[in-house]
Design a protein around this ligand. Structure first.
Ligand SMILES: Cc1cc2nc3c(=O)[nH]c(=O)nc-3n(C[C@H](O)[C@H](O)[C@H](O)COP(=O)(O)OP(=O)(O)OC[C@H]3O[C@@H](n4cnc5c(N)ncnc54)[C@H](O)[C@@H]3O)c2cc1C
Length: 390
């Protein structure tokens, strides 16, 4: 296992200071290893996640070579040549476990933003003290965007939140965590080959959820009530003005409808599995409040906004992968993690083999399936060249 930094590197280096997992402690599970603390319904801080992942690496005896960045992977007659500054490695098979969130997915219109505006992404934002004084525009209202809007607003700054397509979820439903419902009802276990529109499922925004000690819902109604200005999707930056789409009403209606449908699914599941007695009565939530008049443009030169945080998603970095397995849209070509090149595998990508694939607890089932395939692949390929030590 080659790691460019340290074990749990992304949690050590690429997350903001106040972040907690949005998955509850009881859901933090890796093969043969789980959260054993006194607060199963709580949410880990970054320090706790680093301890958890590092603890697993020790318990599993994972053969990790830290501070070993892979700079290229090329195909050879026998398999792959993996280059690192510490030496090369020849191997018959490679598993790409380099993460789904290496780069911030910032739209090209960022180039039209005046240079006077400071620009941050979720990978370089740490806390509100880092931002210049004045208003903050946060683009994107999924898990990252709503969490940062909340934090920056609480720090006393004026926040404008640009909202596009989003997934609205309450933190708890009928007395249980919403992720308890996702897991227990089987929604998160749905396999990739059972999903009608897999491309769409793989590009869905993360849900508007935050892990806080209060287990509070963090949706647009909460943020609006707290004073965050909600505007539509950032559609262009022209002549120093940010232009927002006028489609907020539709976006809100769609997100509310999808949430209602999901809650209906949970209700049906509870009824058909005789679980109604284990949970509270069905609940329905206030529809998303559409702002009376959301503004359609903002003068970025007026001094009202001094910084932008791009909370517009993440993507993997395969710049070091010199194997022709990336499609025109920059996505890895794979079937459930079996990449379109012999002996090449991937794990940890959105809906890789199941809806839960991109979460910590999703790794175990995917790994089991892929290891099965990998073992069969290795059994069927010549053994004269095995992985050589660095
Ligand atoms: C802001 C944010 C919040 C999240 N919150 C949650 C949550 O609450 N619960 C949850 O279950 N999941 C959450 N996730 C998803 C989370 O990232 C995954 O669950 C988990 O980290 C995936 O583990 P991984 O090992 O696949 O990827 P990563 O944790 O990204 O690990 C990939 C590793 O590969 C290394 N690497 C990359 N490129 C190279 C290279 N060229 N050479 C050598 N090493 C390399 C990196 O340094 C890194 O250590 C969150 C993700 C983000 C971005």
């Amino acid at each position: 296992m080659l790691e460019r930094g340290e074990v749990a590197n992304s949690w050590r280096r690429e997350r903001w200071d106040s972040l907690r997992l949005l998955t509850p402690n009881w859901q933090s599970r890796l093969p043969g290893y789980r959260y054993e603390g006194a607060d199963p319904d709580g949410f880990m801080t970054m320090r706790e996640v680093i301890e958890f992942v590092s603890g697993f690496a020790v318990a599993a005896g994972a053969p990790v070579r830290t501070h070993t960045p892979v700079t290229s992977v090329t195909q050879t007659d026998e398999g792959y040549l993996v280059a690192t500054p510490n030496g090369d490695l020849r191997c018959r098979s490679v598993v790409l476990a380099s993460g789904a969130c290496n780069l911030a997915n910032v739209p090209l219109l960022r180039h039209a933003v005046p240079a006077s505006i400071a620009s941050f992404t979720a990978l370089d934002y740490r806390n509100p003290d880092q931002l210049p004084g004045g208003g903050v525009l946060i683009v994107g209202a999924s898990a990252t965007g709503v969490q940062l809007a909340d934090e920056v607003c609480r720090s006393g700054r004026r926040v404008t939140l640009s909202v596009g397509e989003h997934v609205r979820l309450p933190r708890t439903y009928r007395g249980r965590d919403i992720l308890w419902w996702m897991e227990t009802s089987g929604v998160w276990n749905q396999r990739y080959d059972e999903i009608d529109d897999l491309t769409r499922a793989r590009s869905l925004p993360s849900p508007q959820l935050a892990g806080t000690p209060e287990r509070a819902t963090l949706d647009l109604n909460t943020l609006g009530a707290r004073g965050v200005e909600i505007v539509g999707r950032l559609s262009a930056v022209r002549d120093g003005r940010a232009l927002f789409s006028g489609g907020l009403r539709n976006q809100f209606a769609l997100a509310d409808l999808k949430m209602e449908r999901l809650l209906d699914t949970f209700d049906d599941w509870a009824r058909s599995h005789s679980r109604d007695a284990d949970v509270g009565p069905p609940e329905r939530f206030e529809p998303s409040r559409v702002p009376a008049a959301s503004r359609l443009d903002l003068d970025l030169g007026s001094g009202e906004i001094r910084s932008i945080i791009w909370a517009t998603g993440f993507r993997p970095d395969y710049s070091w992968l010199d194997v022709p397995v990336i499609d025109r849209k920059g996505h890895l070509r794979h079937d459930g993690g079996v990449v379109d090149a012999p002996g090449l595998y991937a794990i940890g990508l959105p809906v890789l083999r199941r809806r839960k694939s991109t979460f910590i607890h999703g790794a175990e089932d995917d790994a089991r399936d892929l290891i099965d395939h990998l073992a069969r692949y290795l059994a069927g390929t010549p053994h004269h060249r095995v992985a050589r030590r660095l």
